[in-house]
Design a binder for this molecule. Structure first.
Ligand SMILES: Nc1ncnc2c1ncn2[C@@H]1O[C@H](COP(=O)(O)OP(=O)(O)OP(=O)(O)O)[C@@H](O)[C@H]1O
Ligand SMILES: [Mg+2]
Length: 233
């Protein structure tokens, strides 16, 4: 579904991604783990068309994504829940959800909204509240719902569990599992390596812009190098 080959991304003189190659097959959950500054967000932002790579190949369902505008990429079936949530804090929860669906023309928008609010009842309770007044965890749930409102075939999640209480982290990962079961393809970036590997069909380890390890999520969970560097020994 997604094919990335030899991707190089720079911010000025800083090289954030170096010769990154990876694939995501339809229906998979693929996790990327890595430390601060490894280039995880840069990778997702490149797929979403928010950062333009200097070189390399980036294809979604056989179509070249490089140079395609971010809104077109959403229309092609990719949406992102960005790091730090980035909800529109001057708008209501409902308006944020409606914006998530702004590229759609079908008549199932309301039904989808109901479905996601069943999953996150707190979002329904706060529907007419200014989203900026919600707690961090509530904003994270809204950011995920907003991304889902685009009805993506490929969902990009950037650190969805960041800053959440343990019970909410469990909830977020159980949503990932449910979406997986429904057939949504997910590329997940996480610092919570344990959870990210547990939920993943396959995973990649990114270190200072380079993929250093890849394998089945379950195998990486038991890899000595991964254990030492990312799972607390
Ligand atoms: N807009 C930018 N301008 C300059 N450098 C940037 C910019 N965005 C990111 N970088 C640099 O690129 C590198 C990769 O950053 P990126 O945000 O992709 O890392 P990350 O793996 O998502 O880290 P974190 O886990 O902290 O979110 C870092 O060294 C960062 O300082
Ligand atoms: Mg990041």
């Amino acid at each position: 579904m997604l094919k990335i080959e030899g991707l190089n991304v720079f911010y000025g003189a800083i090289q954030a991604l170096s010769n990154v190659s990876l694939t995501v097959n339809q229906g998979e959950v693929v996790s990327i783990i890595g430390s601060n500054g490894a280039g995880k967000s840069t990778l997702l932002r490149s797929i979403s068309g928010l950062v333009r790579p200097r070189s390399g190949c980036l294809e979604f369902e056989g179509t070249d994504l490089i140079g395609v505008s971010a809104d077109k990429i959403v229309r092609m079936g990719i949406s992102q829940s960005p790091e730090g949530r980035r909800i529109f804090t001057n708008m209501s929860v409902l308006e944020n959800l409606q914006l998530g669906a702004c590229t759609r023309k079908d008549d199932e928008i309301k039904a989808d909204m109901d479905k996601f609010m069943d999953r996150f009842p707190r979002v329904r309770e706060r529907l007419h509240q200014n989203s900026g007044t919600m707690s961090g965890g509530e904003q994270q749930m809204l950011a995920i719902c907003r991304a889902l409102m685009a009805r993506p075939r490929l969902l990009l999640l950037d650190e969805p569990s960041m800053g959440l209480a343990p019970n909410l982290v469990t909830e977020i990962f159980s949503v990932v599992k449910d979406l997986h079961a429904e057939g949504v393809t997910i590329l997940l970036v996480e610092q919570n390596a344990h959870r990210a590997l547990e939920v993943a069909d396959r995973a990649y380890v990114l270190e200072t812009g380079k993929i250093v390890l890849e394998g089945a999520g379950k195998d990486l969970l038991h890899d000595p190098k991964v254990k030492e560097a990312y799972l607390g020994g």
